[in-house]
Ligand binder design. Structure first.
Ligand code: NAD
Ligand code: UDP
Length: 314
């Protein structure tokens, strides 16, 4: 049955892919975004789509819509560490006030609610890989706290609306995801390395490059998110690709795929940068029958033409 789905952060990387997926599944999508870190370019192909509307609005302020929204997916938030370091108050507000307002909207409409949370709720983890039951190791006053604590508050607020008001809620803890529609200079490692490789610039490795991340292609991530939306589990679910790489390994792979001959350079490690990160996805495997299917090399190959197109157009 066709539904009206409201997606905040719709002009961003994940939000725009989710809009496409919900439209492809036959639903109507109301997108909300204030274009803080997103781009109209990510939605240009929907200009003539009658089942899509964009509302330009800051969801840190209340939003009132005519009744009839069936689902709310709250994806608005700066997500790159460089973005949230330069937008600290906006990040706290959209995770705190934005979550509160969108929960209120969902309650008023009797809609299902999904929160985009993050592996950052685990901070610099002491347990590896990270299962949902792990409570994390977050520095509440470090530079990453504006994002990590906003998301932890957002999770608590989502569970409070579920418990106090019986709201039908979902929480996805998203691990590093990459693909088309990321901003070329958003500061995240995959977009940085691909753009640097294509421009013939040295890849910037922070620290020794021995820190690890586990990279999930956007197509796998969107499939996981949709499955969580349609499942019955209220408790958080990790979504990510458990194949773990050091940043040095990632740089070597992207150098090969972009045919970059320039050796990488080393830069200082930002404070509180997690040493390791890898999702335990046994809950998603068990409850959603979901696991990623796109390996890192294949995913990077699928992403390079998008960045090449942007660079050629500059
Ligand atoms: P993004 O920066 O590409 O998109 C975020 C979008 O939210 C942008 O379009 C931005 O303009 C919008 N936005 C920010 N503040 C807003 C506000 N106050 N009102 C309205 N719109 C606002 O980031 P992304 O990678 O697409 O991340 C989307 C969501 O997924 C975020 O909530 C992020 O925390 C979460 N997430 C992403 C990843 C990842 O690897 N991509 C990992 C963990 C969690
Ligand atoms: N990183 C790097 N070079 C870059 C950008 C990032 O070495 O140009 C490192 C960063 O220090 C971190 C990892 O890559 O250890 C992933 O960074 P990203 O910003 O993508 O997201 P995070 O997982 O830290 O939230």
């Amino acid at each position: 049955m066709a539904r009206r789905i409201l997606i905040t952060g719709v002009a961003g990387f994940l939000g725009s892919h989710l809009a496409d997926r919900f439209l492809a599944d036959g639903h109507e999508v109301i997108g909300v975004d204030n274009l803080l870190t997103g781009s109209r370019r990510n939605l240009a192909h929907l200009a003539r789509e009658p089942r899509f509307d964009l509302i330009e609005h800051d969801v840190s302020k209340p939003l009132f819509l005519e009744p009839g929204v069936d689902g709310v997916l709250h994806f608005a938030s700066p997500a790159s560490p460089v973005d949230y370091a330069s937008l600290p108050i906006q990040t706290l507000k959209v995770g705190g006030l934005g979550t509160h307002h969108t929960l209120g909207l969902a309650r008023r409409h009797g809609a299902r609610y999904m929160l985009a949370s993050t592996s950052e709720v685990y901070g610099d983890p002491e347990i590896h890989p990270q299962p949902e039951g792990y409570r994390g190791n977050v520095n509440p006053v470090g530079p990453r706290a504006v994002y990590d604590e906003a998301k932890r508050y957002a999770e608590a607020m989502t569970m409070a609306y579920h418990r106090a008001h019986g709201l039908d809620t979902r929480i996805v803890r998203i691990f590093n995801t990459y693909g088309t529609r990321m901003r070329p200079r958003d500061g995240r490692v995959v977009s940085n390395f691909i753009v640097q490789g294509l421009r013939g610039e040295a890849m910037t490795i922070y620290g020794t490059g021995s820190q690890t991340r586990s990279f999930c292609h956007v197509d796998d991530q969107v499939e996981g998110i949709v499955r969580v939306y349609h499942c019955r589990r209220v408790d958080p679910i990790n979504l990510g690709n458990p194949d773990e790489y050091t940043i040095l390994e990632l740089a070597a792979l992207v150098m090969e795929e972009t045919e970059s001959p320039v050796p990488p350079v080393f830069r200082p490690l930002p404070p509180d940068d997690p040493v390791v990160r890898c999702p335990d996805i046994s809950t998603a495997r068990r409850e959603l029958d979901w696991s990623p299917t796109i390996g890192l090399r294949e995913g990077v190959r699928r992403t390079i033409p998008y960045f090449r197109g942007l660079i050629d157009g500059e």
